[in-house]
Ligand binder design. Structure first.
Ligand code: DQA
Length: 144
C-alpha cells in the first residue's frame, strides 16, 4: 500500500467554527474521516496530521522524505511566508516523491497577502478552492 502523509498547518484544527463562510462547516474530525474514507477506497495508506508549530511541520516533511512517502500539504498561513517550510517541501519533490499543495479556500480571491505562495514553486501541483474536495482531488491524483 502506498503511503501518503496529509499534513496541515496552523489553525486548521478549528475547522467548522473558524470562519465557516470561508472554510465550510465540516470540522477537523469530519475532514479526517472524509480523507480516510477516500484513501481506503483508493487503496492508499494515509496519515492525517495537524500542527500549529512550524518546527513540527518541518519535522514531518523530513519524515516523509525518509519514508519515501507522497505528501498532501495544506501549509495554511505558512503558505505565504515560510521559506523554512518551502525548503523542507523541496526535499520531498527533489527526492522524487510528489507533494500536492491544497487549500480549502481559493487564496487568490482573498486578501492580497494570500495571493503569493512560497510553497507552490516546489510543489508538484496545487489544488485550491474546493473545500474538503481539494484534499479528495489530491488523493485521486496520487492514484493516477
Ligand atoms: C488556507 C488558506 C490560507 O491563506 C490560510 O492562512 C489558512 C487556510 C486554506 O486552506 O484555504 O489557514 O490554507
Amino acid at each position: 500500500m502506498s503511503k501518503v502523509l496529509v499534513l496541515n498547518g496552523p489553525n486548521l484544527s478549528r475547522l467548522g467554527s473558524r470562519e465557516p463562510e470561508i472554510y465550510g462547516t465540516t470540522d477537523w474530525a469530519g475532514l479526517v474521516a472524509a480523507v480516510t474514507e477516500r484513501a481506503a477506497k483508493l487503496g492508499l495508506d494515509v496519515d492525517v496530521r495537524q500542527t500549529d508549530s512550524e518546527a513540527e511541520l518541518i519535522g514531518w516533511l523530513h519524515e516523509s522524505v525518509d519514508a519515501q512517502a507522497d505528501v498532501i500539504l495544506n501549509p495554511a498561513a505558512f503558505t505565504h511566508y515560510s521559506y523554512a517550510v518551502r525548503d523542507a517541501a523541496a526535499m520531498v519533490t527533489k527526492g522524487g516523491k510528489r507533494l500536492i499543495e491544497v487549500h480549502l479556500s481559493n487564496p487568490h480571491t482573498r486578501e492580497e497577502f494570500r495571493h503569493n505562495s512560497v510553497i507552490s514553486g516546489v510543489a508538484t501541483g496545487v489544488i485550491a478552492g474546493f473545500g474538503i474536495g481539494s484534499y479528495l482531488l489530491a488523493l485521486d491524483q496520487l492514484c493516477q
